[in-house]
Ligand binder design. Structure first.
Ligand code: BGC
Length: 353
């Protein structure tokens, strides 16, 4: 794997951000920035060997500083929503930012996606490090985070997360790449197929907060156990979908055996008929948020002046279940002082004929 580093432009505070290009032996590329760990581009071969950029992104660093869609972002400290931003750890309460209506979302107003990380190309890929001071965003404990992005010669984009805190805290790191397997500028993803390896999902209320119920997908439009076009049931008159404007839910990742990949479980599969590009995603995490880009509204403009309209990309965000702290029966995104928090994701690209 070759890694090239370029200047990506100055941040408002004068610091320089960089864009790293990881290129594998087959010519596939991953471009990522040290600003917010954003995945800016992913070039994968279509069925004829032509490289297609399947990740939404922006051309200018200033756009990453402004934007609020989390396009390509590295998310922390806590992915997705926490009701009213209220957290109690060891009997002490913390009020986190309420940056999504009345609730906390993706780490708050200035989460890890708005921080400049330290980047270091290494044998395995690009290593990003960030020390989040105690009290940042009101989260307790100093959190030292390392994230490794890798690109294998068989076109798999791997993400390895590690975090260590000097006090008990919350940790739920994830990635918010929007995929469009027909190319970032190709418009709606509704014709692309999705499959989620899950028999259950966490029911949400009208604010997209899980209410604690884990329900079977069977007999609902959230049954994605067989691959279907994303658009097939997205607009069904089903309360869960209407409230979220489409898919924006957490599925309980099933224990799908995937022998060769130690510790990882298959979470999702997607494909585009147009390009033949397929994506199989694996995680070590208990849940996956499948978000069909319902709130994309064309602003700000993306790469090559592309307006990313509603549902022009989809995200597969592995995670602890959203709002888990309000529901003790869910696995908790808590990190004890001195322990190492670890997670791993693999987005493996392929082709169908
Ligand atoms: C959430 C959406 C939210 C989006 C932000 C997703 O992870 O589930 O509700 O709008 O992130 O772009």
């Amino acid at each position: 794997m070759d890694i090239i580093c370029e200047d990506f432009g100055k941040l408002q505070d004068g610091r320089m951000a960089h864009l790293y290009t990881l290129r594998n032996a087959r010519g596939a590329e991953l471009r990522a920035s040290d600003y917010g760990g954003h995945v800016q581009a992913l070039l994968m071969p279509d069925r004829n060997g032509k490289f297609i950029d399947v990740a939404l992104g922006y051309d200018a660093i200033g756009t990453y500083e402004q934007e609020d869609k989390y396009i390509g972002a590295l998310i922390g400290r806590c992915g997705n929503r926490l009701a009213r931003g209220q957290v109690t750890i060891n009997g002490k309460s913390y009020q986190l930012d309420c940056n999504d209506g009345k609730n906390h979302l993706h780490g708050g107003f200035a989460g890890f996606n708005k921080r400049l990380w330290q980047a270091e190309p290494c044998g395995e890929g690009l290593r990003l490090s960030y020390v989040s001071p105690a009290g940042e965003g009101n989260y307790p404990g100093e959190l030292r985070v390392t994230v490794l992005y890798s690109l294998s010669d068989d076109n798999a984009f791997g993400i390895y997360y590690e975090a260590l805190s000097d006090a008990d805290t919350i940790c739920n790191l994830t990635n918010h790449t929007y995929f469009n397997l027909a190319g970032f500028a190709s418009g709606s993803v509704l014709k692309q197929c999705i499959q989620i390896f899950a028999d259950e999902y966490t029911e949400t209320d009208q604010e997209s907060l899980p209410d604690g119920k884990i329900l079977p997908v069977a007999g609902t439009p959230l049954d994605l156990r067989r691959p279907i076009p994303i658009g097939e049931h997205i607009d069904d008159a089903y309360e869960q979908l209407r409230w979220a404007g489409g898919y924006d839910h957490n599925w309980v990742v099933r224990n799908e055996p995937c022998g060769f990949l130690d510790g990882l479980r298959k979470m999702a599969y997607a494909e585009s008929d147009e390009t033949g590009i397929t994506l199989t995603a694996y995680t070590t995490q208990p849940g996956v948020q499948f978000y069909s880009g319902n709130y994309l509204d064309g602003r700000p403009l993306g790469k090559n002046g592309t307006a990313f309209g509603r549902r022009s990309g989809f995200c597969l965000e592995p995670q602890y279940f959203p709002n888990a702290l309000a529901h003790p029966a869910f696995d908790q995104p808590l990190l004890k002082k001195g322990n190492i928090w670890k997670a791993r994701t693999l987005y493996a690209f392929g082709n169908k004929k």
